[in-house]
Ligand binder design. Structure first.
Ligand code: GDD
Ligand code: MN
Length: 367
């Protein structure tokens, strides 16, 4: 099997030379490296070109015009190498966070698997040198992705992964919707869905010593949203449901704020206040659902009093289901805590409200 190491670079001038040397000393003689550089202002690509004279035909450089994110860089890399002699690819960061010494271990495993993942989140793996905050973000992101996607891979976000070409063919790279770091999550999730055999090996990830991380708040938020997009790709109803649930959450926040202002600060009677809060929050939900959650179906229709009234009824119906399910569960099941019954009630009420909203309130004429 012939290996191609693909490394995306953006401003890695201090890392690129030692990194290339370290990789070459850990890969077989017939393996090559492809550097995918997004026109780094610090001249990373030029330096790589210079070094390539020492490794004829073994160090390839793909110069891209603009910084378009990690996904675009990797996709361009795979595309560039697709018709070459390689049948195994490895993704690796150019900043020594991914130690090249693990490559031989991964090569051993790829003999019997379609995908080998360098994993920080299994026994023997871990992270060195990251701040508490960065650790929380990474762990949180990984758990969040695993829950949303229902995928058992422990390190979904990591970027140190080896792929057989066959696995990439099964995934179908043209279906990738990510631009940034969620690319790593999407590739692994799609490999899992495609039935690839996946092996996680423990790695210690150490924070870079030179240069800066390209991770930003924007890239992080994009990744969070993309996980939902990945999950709901080809399933618009599920996306509608996620949006509907987010809208419900916002409504609850509004409800609580107004309740606090009126009942606690102004000292008004909580029963009418609670009813008022319900109406205001439900109205807010109505508009957000109209213009966002069900945008595709309602785009050509204006909000109307009749639809608003219908939505209030659907919300009341949801509340009724919520209370009924909660009460029945408390009566008939021997639950250790009542709030478990309330949680199930909320979920059931939300489902009912969602279906009435989708198929009655926000239904487009003629649909
Ligand atoms: N060509 C190109 N274009 N390269 C990029 C871009 C881009 O837009 N953004 C980042 N890179 C390169 C960097 O130069 C580096 O070689 C590698 O991609 C990883 O970028 P870092 O900025 O060092 O990422 P990190 O250390 O914060 O993130 C690490 O953890 C993430 C979460 O686990 C990486 O391992 C990521 O792959 C991983 O998703
Ligand atoms: Mn890094």
């Amino acid at each position: 099997m012939r290996l191609l190491v693909i490394t995306p670079t953006y401003n890695e001038i201090d890392n690129i030379e030692p990194f290339i040397k370290a990789v070459f000393s850990n890969i077989p003689a017939d393996a090559a490296i492809l550097v995918v550089d997004d026109n780094s202002p610090d001249g990373t690509a030029n330096l790589a070109e210079k070094i390539s004279a020492d490794y004829p035909d073994r160090l390839l450089i793909l110069n891209r015009k603009e910084k378009e994110g990690l996904a675009a860089a990797y996709l361009a890399g795979f595309n560039h190498a697709w018709n070459g002699p390689w049948d195994v690819f490895i993704e690796i960061d150019a900043d020594f966070s991914h130690k090249p010494e693990y490559i031989p271990v991964m090569l051993e495993e790829i003999k019997t698997h379609d995908v080998v993942i360098g994993s920080r989140n299994i026994k023997g793996g871990g992270v060195e040198g990251w701040s508490f905050f960065r650790n929380v973000i990474s762990k949180g992101g990984s758990i969040y992705s695993r829950i949303i996607l229902g995928c058992p891979i422990r390190d979904l976000t990591g970027g140190f992964n080896m792929w057989r070409k066959d696995a990439l063919i099964k995934i179908n790279l043209s279906s990738i919707i990510s631009q940034g770091y969620s690319f790593q999550i999407e590739l692994k999730y799609k490999a899992y869905r495609a039935g690839c055999s996946i092996k996680e090996i423990p790695i210690i990830f150490s924070d870079r010593k030179q240069g800066k991380s390209k991770m930003s708040k924007k890239i992080f938020l994009e990744a969070l949203l993309n996980v939902i997009k990945i999950k709901t790709d080809n399933n618009p109803s599920l996306l509608e449901f996620f949006k509907f649930a987010v809208t419900g959450g916002l409504g609850t926040v509004t409800n609580l704020i107004i309740f606090f202002l009126c009942a606690d600060l102004l000292g008004l009677n909580e029963i009418p206040v609670s009813i008022g809060c319900f109406l205001i929050a439900a109205t807010q939900n109505y508009f957000i659902n109209h213009f966002w959650s069900f945008k595709k179906t309602t785009a050509s229709i204006l909000p109307s009093f009749k639809k608003w009234a219908l939505f209030i009824c659907a919300s009341l119906g949801g509340l009724l289901v919520n209370i009924t399910v909660m009460k029945l569960m408390i009566i008939y099941l021997n639950l250790p805590y009542k709030f478990i019954a309330q949680a199930c009630g909320i979920l059931a009420g939300m489902m009912i409200n969602f279906f009435i909203s989708k198929y009655v309130v926000f239904k487009k004429k003629g649909q």
